[in-house]
Write a protein that binds this ligand. Structure first.
Ligand code: NAG
Ligand code: NAG
Ligand code: NAG
Ligand code: NAG
Ligand code: ZN
Length: 961
């Protein structure tokens, strides 16, 4: 260990205090999961015997292998041969959209067994000539396959079950053949359909979303990520439509069948891969293409979108990003082609199917006339995110979903590196601090948070897997990996990454495998660390939350403690490290950057951090560390003075940090709310985006807490005063709003200036918004720049009445550009008219009006509006069971919905309502929103306390400021 790198070991008084948390035995998550398990154990097993297709009646139903959610290890798939035929018109007999398919899978028997379990969900099987739902044959000559005794569908655990009359022999291979029908529903999961209008004609697309557990809804498969196999895919489709899958087209020919004149497209076999990465799409989309170093790149979308050039940006950026990742991973792109397709209905932002990435339209299509710079950034970062997965996740796959955080956290970190490659002028890498670090701090500071890593045995059911797709996995994963890459150096980080990918290519790994490879790179490069990479990182991965590091510049004592937004909340989760972390500290003293340090104990003394005179200390430079920083009052005051007198001496990311840390430390009662507000006093001199954005997102909480109270007026007066110079600055820069600022960050901050100026009632701003909007209404020509549209629409609709709303609604209905529709959809929620808001809420549950993928976010938009909040809450309460059953497929929606409609809650009355809501719906359940319900209760309690403690001080401060 190099000298000066480490803070000396502390006198260990503090260690004793730490065991307090260790009283309770189970972590919050496992409480939730064990409740789920308890419910699950009550499932009754099939009982109607008689036909051979039915299962035997068993005395202890819940302990049979088919009652468990994980596959036994007895069978290992080698390859599948799947033919699917989606029908894009209604089936006359069932009056459904359907698909038919046949599938065979060749598997090897690894352990003798007389039972075959293969995943299958919502598929109807044709009885084959043996009278069963499947046929089993032996691949090896000389070994005969046992006959099938019973075959049935175990719907709860989603299996097709075959009980055999004899045993399968170890190391022998067998073939399992099935024929089935499924519904091509509009449920956004498995093989599903998406609809859109083109020239007044309804068009249907058949597409897929398999991750995490819906491949089994398209064909029977061993649907676990470690069950990698090769897939021979064939699609049958109408002539003139385009069939796509993971592989390249091998052959496509006319194929008259059952009186249909259809086409049969056979794809090249895939690489060895996981089921959740499969994709099958039939559409009449168009594409644009190019080739880069022999890799075919294509962008597919609706024909008018391609004709309008909306795929060009994505096409232009994909090649460079792909090349960047080849270099970054030191591994060539593993496939011959990279297709990306924009779908009208898609639940997530995008999905990294190997070789055929699916996107929401807004995440892939760019139109200069309609897309803002933020739309553009989203496209660049999402493309980078998905392409990053082509190696990390697809080539090397985590063994089980409990390690999802590594897959998603990694892609969420390197997406910034890839986007930076595509747009080097943007400084986009800085933005991870706002979009991920600060965002997830808010969640991870709650006592109901959970560690990055889950135990494999706690993640079993599909709903438990879906629940892992949360801010912790994505944003905390990204933040912690960024910190790791920083203290290892990028060079060492990529070296470990590259050997990891080399070792596990086409296979599976656990997160510890990556850490071990990074440790090897550390040793190879002689990097000095206070402990091994796995040991350092365990403190960040195996315990929830993060520390606040406190630097006392009077004594030089540096200490850490688990940061809890609500200091009174009770942490029942036991941590293996007693909520201590091994913390890398980059810091500066009075403008001079110092040697980085490590805090390896609860506390330590560092004389370098003892100050005299006007010196100041600033720690966690560029917020590369996943922690907050607190100081003694004197140092805080010196920093606040520095902000006011010479703010540019503090790096811009740290200016954003000072504001964000101060507000959150105040929430946690570690510093006073008044001190936090003082960090905003310099904003009348601030022109940079990141500090403003940080201030605005923190003031959002003030708005939520106070926009129904007497604090509101004086707060508005203060903020209007602060933002007016910024408004003037951009007015001048843009020559009275007639041109666009050059810089990416300036474009963002211009929007902030207008949003806040209008929100705080600056008359000039409101007049601007209204006149831009009415110009559009009067002339039917929209001359509002795409960057400004969201805020202008919202402010004009808020200021207007039914006329403005109806105009915007008519524009929404006829919008053919997804990004434009998105801006209107959110702005429509800004009206102050209750009847319009209520009607809009009703619209959200009619999929003909609001797409299912947009329902929950629309409700949340309405709840964000102070006038819409109570209406949205009543609506969600009244319709919960309907929403839950109709919209149950998605990964993110329920937790966003619950958090969204309850985030303003701050009264006892609202708390009681929330508890009642939880009790009333305990039978229906909350699915992926289970954790969010508890988080909302916790947040409401903490809001109540915060208001009672702060309202008067804050009121007085705003009045005086
Ligand atoms: C599973 O569902 C299908 C229809 O969806 C039904 O025919 C079958 O009996 C169910 N199986 C069991 C074991 O309940
Ligand atoms: C896949 O199955 C079809 C018939 O269902 C057959 O013609 C084809 O040869 C099979 N391909 C492979 C690779 O097994
Ligand atoms: C599957 O079978 C069930 C029960 O018979 C039926 O209600 C459903 O419509 C069938 N689905 C398809 C796609 O045929
Ligand atoms: C793009 O696709 C067309 C039609 O398939 C093909 O002729 C052309 O060579 C492709 N261009 C590139 C650059 O791959
Ligand atoms: Zn991802």
């Amino acid at each position: 260990m190099g000298k000066g790198f480490f803070i000396s070991k502390a006198v260990g008084i503090v260690a004793i205090i730490l065991c307090v948390g260790a009283v309770a035995v189970i972590i919050a998550l496992s409480v939730v999961y064990s409740q789920e398990k308890a419910k699950n154990n009550n499932q009754v097993s099939p009982t109607d015997g008689g036909s051979t297709s039915n299962p035997p009646v068993t005395p202890s139903p819940s302990n049979e292998p088919w009652d468990k959610y994980r596959l036994p290890k007895s069978l290992v798939p080698d390859h599948y041969n799947v033919t699917l035929w989606p029908r894009l018109t209604l089936d006359a007999t069932t009056e459904l959209y359907i698909f038919t398919g046949d599938s065979s899978v060749e598997f090897e028997c690894a352990e003798e067994t007389d039972l075959i379990l293969i995943h299958s969900n919502k598929l109807n099987y044709t009885k084959l000539e043996n009278g069963h739902l499947a046929m089993l044959t032996s691949v090896n000559s000389g070994v005969k396959a046992p006959s099938i005794k019973y075959s049935w569908l175990q719907n709860v655990t989603q299996y097709l079950v075959l009980q055999l009359n004899g045993k399968l022999s170890k190391d022998h291979r067998y073939h399992l053949v099935t024929q089935f029908t499924g519904e091509l529903a509009d449920d956004l999961g498995g093989f599903y359909r998406s609809e859109y209008m083109e020239d007044g004609v309804k068009k249907v697309v058949a597409t897929t979303q398999m991750q995490p557990t819906d491949a089994r809804k398209a064909f029977p498969c061993f649907d676990e990520p470690a069950m990698k196999a090769i897939f021979y895919i064939t699609l049958i489709h109408d002539r003139g439509t385009v069939a796509l899958s993971n592989g390249e087209v091998k052959d496509s020919s006319n194929f008259p069948i059952e009186g249909h004149n259809v086409q049969k497209t056979i794809f090249e076999p895939t690489q060895k891969m996981s089921t959740y990465l499969l994709a099958f799409i039939v559409s009449d989309f168009a594409f644009i293409n190019n080739t880069i170093d022999g890799v075919l790149i294509r962008i597919f979308a609706r024909k008018p979108a391609i004709a309008a050039g909306q795929g060009e940006y994505a096409l232009n950026k994909t090649g460079p990003i792909l090349k960047f990742f080849e270099k970054y991973y030191n591994t060539s792109y593993p496939l011959p082609k990279s297709d990306q397709i924009a779908l009208p209905d898609f639940n997530a932002g995008a999905m990294e199917n190997w070789g055929l990435i699916t996107y929401r339209e807004t995440a892939l299509l760019y139109d200069e006339a309609y897309s803002s710079n933020s739309n553009k950034e989203r496209i660049a970062t999402i493309i980078a995110h998905e392409l990053a997965h082509m190696w990390f996740g697809n080539l090397v796959t985590l063994r089980w979903w409990n390690d999802l955080w590594l897959n998603e956290g990694f892609a969420s970190y390197v997406e910034y590196l890839g986007a930076h490659e595509a747009e080097p002028d943007w400084n986009v890498k800085d933005l991870i601090v706002l979009s991920d670090v600060h965002r997830v701090f808010a969640v991870d500071a709650l006592a109901s948070s959970h560690p990055l890593s889950s135990r494999e045995e706690d993640i079993q059911k599909p709903a438990q897997i879906s629940e892992l797709f949360d801010a912790i996995s994505y944003s905390k994963g990204a933040s912690v990996l960024r910190m790791l890459s920083d203290f290892l150096t990028e060079e060492v980080f990529t070296m470990g990454l590259q050997t990891y990918l080399g070792k596990f290519a086409f296979g599976n790994a656990a997160y510890t495998d990556l850490l071990n490879h990074l440790q090897m790179a550390v040793i190879a490069n002689g990097i000095q660390l206070p402990d091994t990479v796995p040991n350092i990182m365990s403190t960040w991965i195996l315990q929830m939350g993060f520390p606040v590091v406190t630097i006392n510049t009077t004594t030089g004592v540096v200490s850490q403690q688990h940061f809890l937004l609500d200091p009174d909340s009770e942490v029942t989760a036991v941590s293996p490290f007693n909520y201590e972390w091994i913390v890398p500290i980059k810091w500066m003293k009075t403008e001079v950057v110092q040697e980085p340090q490590w805090l390896t104990d609860k506390s330590a003394t560092n004389n370098e951090m003892k100050l005299s005179g006007a010196d100041w200390v600033l720690a966690n430079l560029d917020v590369v560390g996943y922690y907050r920083v607190n100081y003694d009052t004197d140092n805080w005051n010196r920093l606040v003075v520095k902000l006011r007198t010479d703010h540019e001496l503090i790096p811009v990311i740290n200016r954003a940090q000072l504001v964000d840390d101060a507000f959150n430390l105040a929430r946690a009662k570690i510093i006073s709310t008044v001190l936090a507000l003082e960090t905003t006093q310099y904003l009348n001199n601030e022109r940079d985006y990141m500090p403003w954005e940080s201030a605005l997102s923190n003031l959002d909480f003030f708005y939520l807490m106070f926009d129904r109270s007497k604090v509101y007026g004086p707060m508005q007066d203060y903020l209007r005063k602060q933002v007016t110079p910024l408004f003037e600055y951009y007015k001048n820069m843009t020559l009275n709003w007639s041109k666009v600022p050059d810089g990416h960050m300036d474009q963002y901050n211009q929007v902030n200036a207008i949003s806040l100026a209008c929100r705080t009632g600056l008359e000039e701003c409101q007049t601007l918004a209204k006149s831009l909007f009415s110009q559009w209404m009067n002339t039917n020509v929209n001359q509002i720049h795409p960057n400004l549209r969201s805020t202008v629409y919202c402010n004009a609709i808020a200021a207007g009445g039914a006329k403005e709303w109806e105009f915007a609604w008519s524009q929404f209905v006829k919008a053919t550009i997804a990004t434009e529709a998105e801006k209107l959809r959110s702005a429509l929620a800004c009206t102050k008219e209750s009847w319009l808001l209520n009607r809009y809420l009703e619209y959200t549950l009619d999929p003909n009006i609001i797409r299912k993928q947009d329902a929950t976010s629309t409700i949340v938009y309405i709840a964000n509006n102070v006038a819409g909040q109570p209406l949205a809450w009543d609506f969600v309460r009244a319709r919960w069971s309907y929403i839950f059953t109709e919209y149950g497929g998605g990964s993110f929606s329920f937790s966003n919905l619950i958090n969204g409609v309850t985030k303003r809650f701050s009264t006892d009355f609202e708390l009681q309502q929330l508890k009642q809501f939880k009790a009333d719906n305990s039978v229906v359940g909350f699915g992926s929103g289970t954790l969010a319900v508890d988080q909302s209760i916790e947040r409401t309690i903490s809001n109540m306390k915060w208001i009672s403690e702060n309202q008067e001080n804050v009121l007085n401060w705003f009045k005086a400021a």
